[in-house]
Design a protein around this ligand. Structure first.
Ligand SMILES: [Zn+2]
Length: 252
């Protein structure tokens, strides 16, 4: 397909004391990943750094680093990371959201070791003020977000990694009274042979976003291109849904 794709979910490495162990077979450095993404017809990437999602200590520093970086790199956008136990990350998000090229809030309750049942209301009431879009790495079945999604209609919830917890993302998308729950195709789980097909068949293609999670952009895109769904559905997933949802940020 000719359409350029938008990678709504990826991460990068950069040189810092928090950097995870290097591995010669993997690279998430921006220069390499940009080449792979260009090869796969991706022209925009929405990013949080690995360091900021893998542990809580570097979150503030990494948010600032990325805030500056996205100003310099065309096509690169930021998810600002919040750790609900760190008030400074709320202050940062308050300042960064809606400025520069920040598309929304990233939450990683699994690696940051907290639960949304405990901190959900605190985060989502803040997000509601900003009418923010939130990308969440779910801790369990994705439909656990429904009580929050139905309580905070001004917030958009993207439950990452479609297929990670069975068909729970379909239940989440379907059960959202205000249509404010999405899924994304990033990561390995979407390589299951019927994940995309099942989800589109059950809830349509309008609330599914494309992402790579920094795994082989060509393969991730190929999964959508060769899926057993219509061309219109493929275009929705690869680009059009992201344009609709993030349109207010994309000309920056
Ligand atoms: Zn992620």
């Amino acid at each position: 397909m000719n359409i350029k794709a938008i990678d709504t979910h990826m991460h990068i490495f950069h040189e810092t004391k928090y950097e995870p162990q290097k591995n010669e077979l993997e690279s998430a450095y921006l220069d390499i990943f940009t080449k792979l993404s260009e090869g796969a017809g991706i022209d925009k990437m929405f990013c949080s750094t690995y360091a900021s999602v893998e542990s809580t200590e570097p979150v503030e520093e990494e948010n600032e680093y990325l805030f500056k970086l996205v100003q310099e790199v065309e096509g690169l956008y930021q998810w600002v990371v919040i750790d609900p136990r760190n008030e400074k990350t709320f202050q940062q998000a308050d300042r960064i959201l809606g400025h520069g090229k920040c598309v929304g809030i990233k939450l990683h309750p699994v690696d940051h070791k907290y639960s949304l049942s405990e901190f959900g209301d605190k985060i989502f009431s803040f997000a509601s003020v900003h009418k923010a879009i939130i990308q969440i790495h779910p801790e369990t079945d994705a439909d656990y977000i429904l009580p929050f999604a139905n309580r905070y209609p001004d917030v958009t919830f993207i439950m990452a990694h479609l297929g990670s917890y069975g068909v729970s993302d379909s239940r989440a998308i379907e059960g959202a009274k205000y249509g404010n729950v999405y899924g994304d195709t990033s990561g390995m789980a979407s390589f299951k042979n019927l994940v995309i097909e099942y989800t589109v068949g059950r809830v349509g293609s309008e609330r599914i976003l494309f992402g790579t999670d920094t795994y082989a952009p060509g393969a991730q895109r190929g999964r959508i291109e060769y899926a057993l769904i219509s061309d219109e559905d493929k275009e929705n997933i690869l680009r059009k849904n992201a344009e609709r949802l993030f349109g207010r940020f994309l000309n920056k």
